[in-house]
Ligand binder design. Structure first.
Ligand code: ZN
Length: 134
């Protein structure tokens, strides 16, 4: 067992390993697999396998510069989606205690206490005052 561990460590030296894109590819593979369990499509199955092998190939790659550049491109696409998902999660979590409103001047999203009525608020980002109804 210790010998196998040593061989695995030696095999992984210089390999790229995991990054955000790797986890994204695994998530896509998992999603395709779940959908395919209902649809039973050969095309989806092949696509899922291709995505998984691409992730594995990236994981084992020794070209770190190219993999990092790919990951940066992936993050440019993923970050806005992740931020939006996080915001939706927080908004749902705070649905009983807070309301979110957009500043009319700088478009920043402001979290306000859930107190019904008309209020004048000051944007913490731009400092402008404006009226909101909750
Ligand atoms: Zn503002």
């Amino acid at each position: 067992m210790n010998n196998f561990k040593q061989k695995l460590i030696r095999f992984m030296i210089g390999r790229y390993g995991m990054d955000e894109m790797y986890f994204g590819l695994v998530a896509v593979w998992f999603l395709l697999t779940v959908v395919n369990s209902f649809v039973q499509s050969t095309l989806l199955s092949l696509l899922g396998t291709a995505v998984l092998f691409y992730g594995l190939w990236r994981f084992l790659s020794r070209n770190h510069a190219k993999r990092r550049a790919e990951n940066e491109q992936f993050l440019k696409l993923w970050r806005p989606v992740k931020n939006w998902l996080t915001f939706q999660r927080d908004r749902f979590r705070d649905r009983k205690t807070a309301r979110y409103r957009k500043c009319k001047h700088c478009k920043a999203i402001i979290k306000l206490p859930n107190q019904k009525g008309k209020h004048t608020v000051r944007c913490p980002k731009c400092g402008e005052r404006f009226d909101v109804r909750i």
